[in-house]
Design a protein around this ligand. Structure first.
Ligand code: SDX
Length: 380
């Protein structure tokens, strides 16, 4: 019988999960049963706890969790040396992937996959990722890296370590929302990579390093940077329409930040970030990027409807103008996605290792058969 090929594994279920539910037709997203819109009232740190433990923490549990994170903050000296020896212009995602793999070498117990050891590695990565990104940025600006402040949460500390000043409550709130919206999203490409790596029973660091590499692509987490590069190249709002038309006129032309494999209506995270961006735009000198984004959304809606397609803004679309208005360099947008998503990747590794099945799909062989071997001396 001819096998059915599910290109891109579209529509294929490969595991069960209790972490996150998505209804793509209704534009709904739940972490552990909580609607993502309600969770924007929480902090990112609470959301990490929720993803890992299945329950929102009490104040006491949250305080204990934050205290557990503190000892994991310092970057091992040799990893810091790695950051220092990277050539100027290194893509921060390459740095993050290399550092994630290197952290395993400075862990006394990287390989054990029992829940306690995995949770310890998760605590470390959840703070190492923001620390690495902020430290990398400060070093390349010629500034000294900063120690985190124990009174700040994950979002606040990241902004502090990046900018050298305690963020305003408003800026902290915005980054907090962005981080919790990016934390988890079911079997997206990078989480699938993390889980399928882990399914070989490799260590968590290796699975996370693989996931970072997958997230970097412009069809996935790299889209937020691609959105901003496109807006920068367009320049002014009056040129947005022509840009969209020109892009759509190309074979397989894709406007970055639009479309989703699962959502057929507006990505709920995109809607939340649009509101966040609108608020920031009221007082930002970079509001232009948000207004260009709105124009792009308008033209895409018109053009996609005319083509009978449901192609809406996704998470990456408005996050680009949000980060711009927060003053974050463009090549840190995808690393910030990784800073958040590492918590979701770890939640999935807990599940994967607890009930492991080797991920090993099939590819249909379409090549030649029965070719006679010719020794090298006789090949011409
Ligand atoms: C993320 O899965 C997740 O959960 C991912 C994510 C997460 O939280 O982890 O939500 C984060 O990765 C968001 C996606 C970021 N990527 C982009 O913004 C890149 C631009 N978007 C696309 O290339 C595309 O929409 C994908 C990659 C997101 C989805 O790809 P699919 O499911 O393979 O869909 P497709 O590319 O085959 O598109 C189907 C049709 C197309 O028809 P054809 O031209 O192939 O006949 O939809 C149209 C197009 O008509 N279409 C687009 C479009 N996306 C889809 N047309 C123009 N621009 C687009 N962006």
């Amino acid at each position: 019988m001819e096998p059915t090929i599910h290109y891109g594994l579209a529509g294929v279920y490969f595991a069960e999960t209790e972490i996150c539910g998505i209804n793509g037709d209704r534009g709904e997203l739940f972490y552990r049963g909580y609607d993502i819109r309600d969770l924007t009232e929480a902090t990112y740190t609470e959301v990490v706890y929720l993803l890992w433990h299945g329950e929102l923490p009490t104040q006491r549990q949250l305080d204990d969790f934050r205290a557990e994170l503190v000892p994991h903050y310092p970057i091992p000296d040799k990893v810091l040396e790695l950051l220092l020896c990277l050539p100027p212009g290194t893509d921060p995602m390459h740095m993050l992937q290399a550092a994630a793999a290197m952290l395993a070498a400075f862990d006394d117990n990287p390989d054990e996959i029992d829940p306690d050891n995995l949770r310890r590695i998760g605590l470390s990565l959840v703070v190492q990722f923001p620390n690495l990104v902020a430290t990398f940025e400060r070093l390349r600006r010629g500034e000294q890296p900063l120690e985190p402040k124990s009174e700040l949460g994950l979002a606040g500390n990241f902004l502090y370590m990046l900018n050298g000043e305690v963020p305003t409550p408003a800026a902290e709130r915005v980054l907090n929302t962005a981080l919790l919206l990016h934390a988890e999203h079911g079997s997206n490409a990078s989480t699938f990579v993390a889980r399928s790596s882990a399914s070989t029973l490799t260590d968590a660091y290796s699975a996370i390093a693989a996931a970072v590499g997958s997230l970097k692509g412009p069809l996935h987490g790299g889209a937020n940077e691609a959105v901003m590069r496109a807006l920068e190249s367009i320049g002014t709002i009056d040129k947005v329409e022509q840009y969209v038309l020109d892009t759509l006129a190309k074979p397989k032309g894709r406007v970055m930040g639009f479309g989703h494999r699962v959502y057929k209506v507006l990505d709920p995270r995109g809607a939340i970030l649009r509101d966040v961006a609108a608020e920031l735009a009221e007082s930002s000198s970079e509001a232009e990027y948000f207004h260009m984004s709105l124009e792009m959304e308008r033209v895409m809606e018109r053009e996609m409807t005319a083509r009978g397609r449901q192609v809406k803004p996704n998470l990456d679309f408005f996050s680009a103008s949000v980060y711009r208005m927060l003053g974050i360099p463009v090549d840190l947008y995808t690393p910030i996605f990784a800073v958040a998503r590492v918590s979701g990747w770890m939640a999935h590794l807990f599940e994967q290792y607890a009930d492991n099945h080797l991920v090993r799909p099939l590819v249909k062989y379409q090549g030649e058969r029965g070719r006679p071997f010719v020794p090298i001396a006789k090949r011409g």
